[in-house]
Ligand binder design. Structure first.
Ligand code: R1P
Ligand code: URA
Length: 292
């Protein structure tokens, strides 16, 4: 059996994986990902018991029990590049023996739910709404580095988006990925959540069509983005992690989706920087709906 070189799968002196600082025993198979390291404590305040807590850079983990179900809550920091690190290390913890550096004979599947914040591009999806990503379009390029990624991509959605938005070929080619139907089915409750397509950008400003001092390559791109629909799914929101989470999870044989709180509306120009009470509600909704 092939052994992965230490340079490719780095572990720390205590046997934990390089960035997350976790050992396989410390990871639950149900995982809540959040961007903000401080949000880990907000989610963990709902746990009945805490088993371990680790912190390294922006990666803060708490594993514990919520209604007898073991869950790990992990922060990813900001951006799709961090998702490459987090998803690879989670998969390694689940499916590679970190001591022998050999792939386990039995595949372990994880359930990964990101609870994030986002900006809505639809006037009728206002600030404080909860949005579920049934599909994500990544304009970040991360998934494109992995062989056979087309296997988990919705190429028809991708083509339709590029045409409709007159997407420039000066940036990475957008890729479309569907979330886990099972998780979306569990989490979506019409009247409480809105379901649609999420755009994952590799930045907060220019890559999301924001103009401060620097002009952007695709002026008014959001006026085309907010009329994009594929099948019954409208494009609803921008954030910075859901597409590589959904794409890498699907390639690795895990289930994933994203649920976000809208904190800015790009149509009406409103924003709510003091969103923490609403985030608490979204966390409670997600935990209660997922685990009962
Ligand atoms: C940008 O402010 C950050 O907020 C959103 C974006 O995806 C990006 O990470 O999510 P989080 O609130 O989960 O970090
Ligand atoms: N997060 C984003 O990435 N974009 C927004 O507009 C708000 C939150």
């Amino acid at each position: 059996m092939e052994t992965i070189k230490t340079s490719e799968l780095i572990t720390n002196d205590d046997g934990s994986i390089f960035h997350l600082h976790l050992t396989p025993e410390e990871l639950a198979s149900k995982i809540i990902l959040v961007g903000d390291p401080g949000r880990v404590n907000t989610v963990a305040s709902h746990l009945d018991s805490i088993e371990i807590e680790r912190e390294n850079r922006e990666f803060h983990t708490i594993t514990g029990r919520y209604h007898k179900e073991r869950i790990s809550i992990i922060s990813t920091g900001i951006g799709p590049d961090n998702i490459d690190i987090v998803l690879n290390e989670l998969d390694a913890l689940a499916n590679i023996n970190l001591k022998s550096k050999q792939i386990n004979s039995e595949h372990k599947s994880l359930q990964i739910i990101r609870i994030g914040t986002c900006g809505s591009v639809q006037a009728e999806v206002p600030v404080n709404s909860f949005v579920i990503s049934a599909a994500s379009i990544g304009i970040d390029g991360v998934l494109r580095f992995y062989k056979d990624h087309e296997r988990v991509c919705d190429v028809a959605m991708e083509e339709a988006f590029i045409q409709h938005c007159q997407w420039t070929n000066k940036t990475a080619r957008p890729y479309a990925v569907r979330a886990s139907e099972e998780l979306v089915g569990k989490l979506h409750k019409p009247g409480i959540t809105v379901k649609g397509i999420t755009l994952t950008a590799p930045g907060f400003y220019g890559p999301q069509g924001r103009v401060l001092r620097l002009p952007i390559e695709m002026p008014n791109v959001n006026a085309r983005i907010n009329t994009f629909k594929h099948g019954d799914l409208p494009l609803i929101n921008y954030e910075m992690e859901s597409a590589p989470i959904a794409g890498l999870a699907a390639l690795m044989g895990h289930q994933a989706t994203t649920i976000c709180l809208v904190i800015a509306n790009r149509q009406t120009g409103e924003a709510n920087p003091d969103y923490h009470a609403h985030m608490k509600q979204l966390i409670e909704y997600t935990l209660n709906t997922l685990i009962n």
